[in-house]
Design a protein around this ligand. Structure first.
Ligand code: COA
Length: 349
């Protein structure tokens, strides 16, 4: 039976550093509040016109492809995870295929927010294991800065998020001492509206309790995108932070234990846990609950904020570049976010 291994990994973050104090230009907040609640000191914001989710994904992909000792021409499938695509449609996968002048290969976009990269990795893993593809590019990238309410009204959400991209190339291996051991995917749509961006969308909730039959033509014509949405900040993400926190600290440990149990390992066997960088307090809670030492968990949210689908590959890449992940190490990736969706992957590096 074939296994998938990460043959190359890369990351890209924009140059522009935005500190907590820089945010004071736009909103009432403080470095102390943000650090105490989230652990974040700074994040990166993409260039407003020259960088997009796709261009950042392309930069990360180029590094991953080169480190995998392959070329863009050899890639036979793309899986691209993001919640901040360049266009409503088509997705970033095809834009990346075009930018890297790849062959007319399949390109799939994954919309699973914070767990998007682990979902994307799982999809790619299945294609490698069945022998269908031999060189899959998996990307997680976000340009949050373009869609945040940077006024005091939106501060509970906007201080958390940053921009960036990470990518890996998956290839088959017959070495049973290496590669992805298992992946675990979950969802609970009952809380879909707790962390969401509702508009633009095809739902008809914009008008509260008003009876749809009583809409006039102008209202119906503007249901997808209206001035009211702009005026009421309905085109920005909504988050009930405390509810997200409560669910995350249950589901993170659960899905990590699921991966360990499936493969006969214990928490003490983990060399490095890469949790999705949602909030440093969540990661610390998970670490404590699982009894992990500091050297078993890698966090970098302090410098990049929460980069959603990009956070796991960015943290994995940085940990590897710093020499914290070596051949044969047991690495666990775990993520939780909007949907709710959550996921884990256990791999031998
Ligand atoms: N700066 C200063 N004050 C802020 C603020 C900011 N950026 N954002 C919110 N506040 C204020 C609120 O207005 C509120 O004030 P009030 O008590 O006068 O009404 C107070 O801080 C507490 O707000 P609350 O939302 O209850 O704070 P919290 O302690 O729950 O922390 C989060 C907010 C978002 C940091 C926290 O809920 C969290 O991290 N949740 C998980 C979010 C997450 O991980 N999201 C990513 C999903 S993958």
């Amino acid at each position: 039976m074939l296994r998938s291994k990460i043959a190359g990994i890369g990351m890209y973050v924009p140059e522009h550093v935005v500190t907590n104090n820089d945010l004071l230009k736009y909103m009432e907040t403080s470095d102390e509040w943000i650090q105490e609640r989230t652990g974040i000191k700074e994040r990166r914001y993409a260039h407003r016109t020259e960088e997009t989710t796709t261009t950042m994904g392309v930069e990360a992909a180029k590094i991953a492809i080169q480190r995998a000792n392959t070329t863009a021409d050899e890639i036979d499938f793309i899986v691209f995870a993001t919640l901040s695509p360049d266009y409503y449609f088509p997705g970033c996968g095809v834009l990346l295929q075009r930018a890297l002048h790849m062959k007319e290969i399949g390109a799939l976009d994954v919309r699973n927010q914070c767990s998007g990269f682990v979902y994307a990795l799982s999809v790619a893993d299945q294609f490698i294991k069945t022998g269908m593809y031999k060189n899959i590019l998996v990307v997680g990238a976000e340009k949050h800065s373009f869609g945040l309410d940077l006024t005091t009204r939106g501060r509970n959400v906007s201080v958390i998020f940053g921009d960036g991209a990470g990518a890996v190339v998956l290839q088959p291996t017959e070495n049973i001492e290496q590669g992805i051991l298992s992946t675990h995917l979950h969802s609970d749509g009952n809380s879909a509206e707790i962390l969401a961006m509702y508009n633009p969308g095809t739902h008809a909730n914009h008008w509260g309790d008003k009876n749809y039959a009583s809409f006039d033509d102008a209202e119906i014509a503007n249901m997808f995108m209206s001035k009211k949405m702009i005026d009421n900040a309905e085109l920005f993400p909504f988050m009930d932070g405390p509810s997200v926190f409560k669910k995350a600290i249950v589901k993170f440990p659960e899905v990590i234990m699921e991966a360990l149990n499936k493969n006969g390992y214990q928490t003490t066997d983990i060399t490095t846990l890469i949790p999705h960088q949602a909030n440093l307090r969540i990661a610390q809670f998970v670490q404590q609950k699982l009894g992990l030492r500091d050297d078993q968990v890698y966090n970098n949210i302090q410098h990049y904020g929460n980069t959603t689908a990009a956070s796991v590959p960015i943290a994995l890449c940085e940990a590897w570049e710093k020499g914290k992940i070596k051949k044969g190490d047991l690495v666990c990736l775990a993520a939780f976010g909007s949907g709710f969706t959550w996921a884990s992957a256990l791999l031998k590096w």
